[in-house]
Design a protein around this ligand. Structure first.
Ligand SMILES: Cc1cc2nc3c(=O)[nH]c(=O)nc-3n(C[C@H](O)[C@H](O)[C@H](O)COP(=O)(O)OP(=O)(O)OC[C@H]3O[C@@H](n4cnc5c(N)ncnc54)[C@H](O)[C@@H]3O)c2cc1C
Length: 387
């Protein structure tokens, strides 16, 4: 059976609910947070209270057990409205590692608290300063002692660590030169950050308001039962979660594209120069139209990937292409919108420059465009491995 492709207005009740929640968080709210690089805690609390961040958690653990297509609708609407899901989106996809690979005891211990908002699982520690995209080379070690693992090393770009109770950490448990393949010997841990010693969190100020940090581990002891699944199999668990991550980030980029297209269209109709609306000029109108077409095409790929994912059908190529195409569409729309607004695009009060900066991230994180192209080249087209 062909996968069902949801339309733009799939999950209308959810979309309407998200829109009305987002309407309470105006551009002014986001601009103030952006200027101070402050965490949008009120927005996160409101999303949690409305149950949106627990959309993918099964009902038996206190969530709503919705398909990923519903989470796509939630994140797309957040971004279309000018808000930013990056303050809390990680919870939606990193929770999946606990759900798929955690023990029943771990699921009972953490998932209901995550669903209710009592526990925040927002931090995902993978990237390291010296190994970057080459994840299998990461250097942070977790060495097993009698009653704990002792963690030493460093992470970078661990976003939201200061606003999270839990950290999903990828660390090496067997040295690289002792494993048969570089994909083995890495393990995933769920760390209760407020219960450990030997963890230092240093914020990094960036061009966007992203609450990102560096983490330093010095003899950080974590209980043995922090381990998720089997020791040494963590890399494959992280890979299992990548499709959801790609699809959800893709949906945020679709939302960003719609934000830029909505704003540019409205402005091009209203702004009159040389005695006519600027949108009457093909030089202004056509980039908006092209952007719309790019966004719609990327949106189809996001919907296809989500439909395959929900049907339990492998969707690596589609999830990667969805993230690639949606990220590109958002950046094209951002540039188009900036051009349509002319000088006013630079004024903070229009929110174009803020969204312009925010939408740029998705060419680089959580995976950079080149890595996706390498994946398509190798795994879809059978070209020689390039990295
Ligand atoms: C704001 C922000 C938030 C982030 N949040 C998180 C987070 O919460 N958790 C986390 O673990 N990480 C996070 N990251 C890290 C992010 O996932 C990485 O920045 C990203 O994966 C790229 O790694 P890198 O920056 O080390 O780049 P590098 O790996 O150093 O790459 C630099 C450039 O070279 C290119 N390149 C490298 N090797 C090749 C190759 N073989 N072929 C072609 N091109 C290549 C890359 O595509 C990239 O453009 C975040 C990053 C940012 C900026």
């Amino acid at each position: 059976m062909a996968p069902f492709i949801p339309l733009e207005e799939s999950f209308p009740d959810i979309r309407e609910g998200v829109r009305s929640l987002c309407a309470q968080f105006s551009g002014e709210y986001w601009r103030e947070k952006d200027q101070k690089r402050a965490y949008p805690a009120e927005f996160v609390v409101a999303l949690t209270a409305a149950g949106y961040l627990a959309a993918l958690i099964p009902e038996k653990y206190g969530g709503s057990g919705l398909p990923i297509s519903a989470a796509v609708a939630i994140l797309e609407e957040i971004h279309r409205s000018g808000c930013n899901g990056a303050a809390c989106h990680a919870q939606m996809y990193i929770m999946g590692t606990v759900l798929r690979h955690g023990s029943e005891e771990q699921k009972q211990r953490y998932l209901p608290g995550i669903a209710s908002g009592e526990l925040r699982l927002q931090a995902f520690g993978v990237t390291e300063p010296n190994t970057g995209s080459d994840t299998t080379q990461l250097k942070t070690m977790a060495v097993r002692s009698d009653d704990s693992y002792v963690v030493n090393g460093q992470k970078i770009w661990t976003s939201r660590a200061e606003y999270s109770d839990l950290l999903l950490l990828l660390a090496r448990t067997t040295p690289l030169d002792e494993v048969k393949s570089r994909r083995h010997g890495l393990s995933v841990f769920l760390v209760e950050m407020n219960k450990v010693e030997g963890l230092e969190i240093r914020p990094i100020r960036t061009m966007i308001n992203h609450a990102t940090t560096e983490l330093f581990f010095s003899d950080m002891h974590i209980p043995i039962d922090s381990l998720i699944g089997q020791e040494g199999e963590g890399f494959s668990y992280i890979l299992d979660g990548m499709n959801a991550e790609r699809i959800l980030i893709g949906s945020e980029s679709i939302g960003d594209s719609r934000f830029f297209i909505d704003r540019a269209t409205a402005y091009a109709k209203e702004r009159e120069i040389f005695g006519r609306p600027i949108g009457q000029n093909q030089g202004v109108q056509f980039p908006i139209a092209r952007s719309h077409a790019s966004m719609e095409a990327a949106h189809l790929m996001v919907c296809k990937a989500a439909a395959l994912f929900d049907a339990g059908i492998p969707c690596g190529p589609e999830a990667n292409m969805a993230k690639l195409l949606a990220g590109d569409a958002a950046w094209e729309a951002a540039d188009m919108c900036m051009q349509t607004f002319g000088g006013f695009g630079f004024a903070e009060e229009y929110d174009i420059e803020r969204k312009f900066r925010e939408s740029r991230l998705y060419q680089i994180a959580p995976i950079s465009t080149n890595m996706i192209l390498g994946y398509i080249g190798q795994h879809v087209l059978g070209l020689p491995r390039s990295y």
